[in-house]
Design a protein around this ligand. Structure first.
Ligand code: NI
Ligand code: MN
Length: 231
């Protein structure tokens, strides 16, 4: 049985520990109003980036340079990272790759993607990560609801990380339909309450998830952790 712990660092930033292997999603920390860790202290072997927007790219370059982490993202972001002197691995929508302690497949996401200076950032993505024991998570990135989430639901998702803040991504209402399509065991909300435009009643959201879907909502405070029981 493997051990799998994740910590919400605010917005869409998460730190994971999978059997001692550490990785990050979208580490937007130093300018994040909810940022729950310093870019100087987080550890990572891999940094997964969903797209190039500043609230996801965040502190990736500094963290990657300090830790030696490999950045896994779309081809455009991977090339941009290489030019910053950062180790990177480019994938693209629909493609999977075995990164050793975890397999990563990039999914579609309906959003946009440009670097903070406005240059093209390729297509936005989500990720399906599969551990060696076949436990599987879906990190949706920034996206609208889309019906092909049903195909992701066919992949036996243990935990789904979904944006719920509305305005820039799907909101609470659409996330309930997404949960129906993905039917994960656990669902973790992200991309909410960071800014006034994406403030939501997350307790109300969690109540609706519990009463209207088969998934268990896991609402963390910034800096809060959850350990998934793999048994
Ligand atoms: Ni975005
Ligand atoms: Mn965003």
């Amino acid at each position: 049985m493997s051990s799998f712990t994740f910590t919400w660092l605010g917005h869409s930033a998460f730190a994971f520990d999978l059997d001692g292997h550490k990785f990050l999603f979208d580490p937007f920390l130093s300018n994040n109003p909810l940022g729950a860790a310093s870019p100087d202290e987080v550890e990572a072997e891999i940094i997964f980036l969903s797209h190039a927007h500043g609230d996801h790219l965040g502190d990736t370059v500094a963290i990657a340079k300090r830790t030696g982490a490999k950045v896994v993202s779309n081809a455009e972001i991977a090339n941009w990272m290489s030019k910053q002197g950062v180790d990177s691995h480019g994938q693209n929508t629909g493609g999977g790759y075995d990164h050793g302690f975890v397999h990563a497949r990039q999914t579609i996401a309906f959003h946009s993607s440009s670097f903070p200076d406005g240059t093209y950032g390729g297509d936005p993505n989500g990720f399906v990560l599969t551990a060696p024991d076949k436990k599987r998570i879906y990190f949706a990135g920034d996206t609208a609801l889309f019906s092909d989430m049903k195909l992701i639901g066919d992949m036996d998702i243990d935990i789904a990380f979904l944006p719920v803040g509305d305005n820039f991504t799907m909101g609470p209402e659409d996330s309930l339909k997404a949960i129906e399509f993905i039917h994960p065991k656990l669902v973790v909300p992200m991309h909410y309450n960071t800014f006034p435009a994406i403030a939501i009643d997350v307790a109300g959201w969690a109540n609706r998830v519990s009463s209207e879907t088969a998934a268990q909502p896991i609402v963390l405070d910034p800096g809060g952790s959850y350990t998934y029981d793999h048994s």
